[in-house]
Design a protein around this ligand. Sequence first.
Ligand SMILES: Nc1ncnc2c1ncn2[C@@H]1O[C@H](COP(=O)(O)OP(=O)(O)OP(=O)(O)O)[C@@H](O)[C@H]1O
Length: 250
Amino acid sequence: MSMVKSPSGVRTAARVVNATKLYGRADSAVRALDNVSVEFQGAAFTAIMGPSGSGKSTLLHCLAGLDTLTEGQVLIGDTDVSRLNDADLTLLRRNRLGFIFQSYNLVPTLTAEENIVLPLRLGGRKADPQWLAQVVTAVGLADRLHHTPAELSGGQQQRVAAARALISRPEIVFADEPTGALDSRSSADLLRFLRHAVDEYGQTIVMVTHDAVAAGYADRVLFLRDGRVVDEMTEPTADRILDAMKGLGE
Ligand SMILES: Nc1ncnc2c1ncn2[C@@H]1O[C@H](COP(=O)(O)OP(=O)(O)OP(=O)(O)O)[C@@H](O)[C@H]1O
């Protein structure tokens, strides 16, 4: 695995350097990211928060190679994503990254188990049975493996999506509002699973959320406003996050 070690010995899993993203034509362009530089530590859970339109999804999508910057660099480990062609980007996403989105993106005709191992199969690999069993147990899906998505609740479907994101042991999992469609109990189950993956397996997670309770599970919260990182918090709690968000005008 290609990871960069900083002088302090902490792994940097990803970073953006002087990242600017403009949408639209020059005369009416929206500056969704405005010269952002930030590092994401390995084996850590980072939440990205900020008011609507502050650039959270844009930052996540550019980090994950789903969108391109207008200026600046994105590095995953020591790979400069901005220099990859489309084919290499596809391989990077498939082999090194995991994704959890608000819409679960499960294949309706496949069972939960088949959905979970799909990224491996697409890459021509097989699931390590022990790891599969561990992930499935951790997300509480052991008795639902042969159900199709339509036979699962929203919370269960999102946990299938989370298991799918982790099954290939990706360098980073990117999550965009993963609890947005869930009730508070399903949401807590999913967040505990993500926290466990960081603490037990050294997984790196970057999550965009509007929810201070969800962000409270992270090790660090970045606050965006108007396309810039304006604040950050370590060892956050939901209350401290809510206070910080008030300061940002939410
Ligand atoms: N495809 C696009 N074309 C034009 N403008 C866009 C596009 N995507 C985003 N924007 C604009 O860029 C800015 C940042 O959007 P972004 O979706 O990153 O914000 P966000 O913080 O994720 O917002 P939300 O919390 O509402 O999801 C907004 O002003 C938005 O309108």
